[in-house]
Design a protein around this ligand. Sequence first.
Ligand SMILES: [Zn+2]
Length: 170
Amino acid sequence: MKRQCAWCGKGMGQVNSPIKSTSQEISHGICSTCEFHMRASSSTMELNEYIEDFPHPIVIADNNRIIINANKLARVALRKDFSPVNKLPAGKVFECKNAHLPGGCGKTVQCGTCKLRKLIMDTFNSDKQFLDELIILDQTPNANDSSRALKMSVSSLKIEGVVYLKILYL
Ligand SMILES: [Zn+2]
């Protein structure tokens, strides 16, 4: 079985699988280079160049689902390249339509079924890596605008007490 880093996409060599398989199965994980850079970034809360230049959007959240940082591609995708994302609730950063409701992100009746919220919390609580979770949220920049479905495939990993999210826009 082939192993591939879920974060940078690089191959990590072969791994012995208990099940004999002829297909090109890929077991995701994290390579030592990515882990090294994520740990370094987590401890300072500053994204180093390695993560800043990752080939896909990366967003970092704390256990209260507050966005701590976002790399270059994430800021561009979120149309936040020139405005700060740091310390804002995830729903504000992703322009979730429910974040405009009274109480705000995480505190409305709809938030109980929010998959982004659940993914961040599950990653935080379980120390598990999640791969390619389909998340759809209704996005609207302003409360009175019509919303559109934002479809993402999100992978997550907890490292040094924060949750990294790798986003693939669908
Ligand atoms: Zn990697």
